[in-house]
Design a protein around this ligand. Structure first.
Ligand SMILES: Nc1nc2c(ncn2[C@@H]2O[C@H](COP(=O)(O)OP(=O)(O)OP(=O)(O)O)[C@@H](O)[C@H]2O)c(=O)[nH]1
Length: 209
């Protein structure tokens, strides 16, 4: 069984940087606080969106952040139209890891749009001194032509904005090259990761509308 996907989005970033929670909040509007189960391989979820008179299906690949799975994550970013590179705003090491993924994408997927996502901003609210400097992130985002969003999967802050921006950018760039079909549906994609996953961004048996 396959799901038709117009817009392939991949999430990349250090382990525990909050990728799975971000997808979970976006697709299911939920946050499982304190559940810290590392993704194995990758997980896939999908969402149908109505944007500006177009219907598109966004397929989201949540990769494992552990360096053990680095080679596998490379497979998942192939053909992605958008990449959300995540870092935990309270963890400078995760920002350095983000730069690694940005370089990877710049070198290998020149048509993939970049989105830099600061995660867990709710923690930074009461602890500004420990956070990765916002201006440094903004400057870096400008340098690599990425858009920058701060988010919290706990509160939901910034998450709709991030994914809506990705969908709108996609529609804008697609409409420059061709007319989107009214029902979208252009790229067939296997619904589940064949390698398997420790967790899935969608419940087994179906993707989300
Ligand atoms: N306070 C807070 N905690 C968060 C937030 N997002 C994630 N966390 C916590 O951070 C930990 C790691 O989150 P995950 O979403 O599993 O991280 P991941 O990047 O998918 O991790 P890997 O699968 O190992 O790559 C979990 O304990 C989450 O509860 C957030 O927005 N706010």
């Amino acid at each position: 069984m396959t799901a038709k996907v117009d817009l392939k989005v991949v999430l990349l970033g250090r382990e525990a940087s909050g990728k799975t929670c971000l997808v979970d909040r976006y697709l299911h509007d939920r946050f499982n606080f304190g559940v810290n189960q590392a993704t194995v391989g990758a997980a896939f979820g999908a969402k149908k969106l109505q944007i500006g008179g177009h219907t598109i299906t966004m397929g989201i690949w949540d990769t494992a952040g552990s360096e053990r799975y680095e080679a596998m994550s490379r497979i998942y970013y192939r053909g992605a139209k958008a990449a959300i590179t995540c870092f935990d705003v309270m963890d400078p090491t995760s920002f350095e890891r983000l730069k690694f993924w940005v370089n990877e994408l710049r070198n290998n997927e020149e048509h993939c749009k970049l989105y830099i996502c600061g995660t867990k901003v709710d923690i930074a609210e009461g602890n500004r001194s420990g956070r990765v400097d916002v201006h440094s992130v903004s400057d870096y985002a400008d340098e690599v032509h990425a858009r920058y969003f701060d988010t919290s999967s706990k509160t939901g802050q910034g998450i709709q904005e991030l994914f809506t921006a990705i969908a709108e950018d996609f529609i804008q760039s697609e409409s420059k090259t061709r007319t989107l079909a009214a029902d979208g549906a252009t790229v067939p994609l296997a619904r589940r990761d064949p390698v398997g996953s420790g967790r899935s961004a969608e419940p087994a048996g179906g993707c989300c509308a």
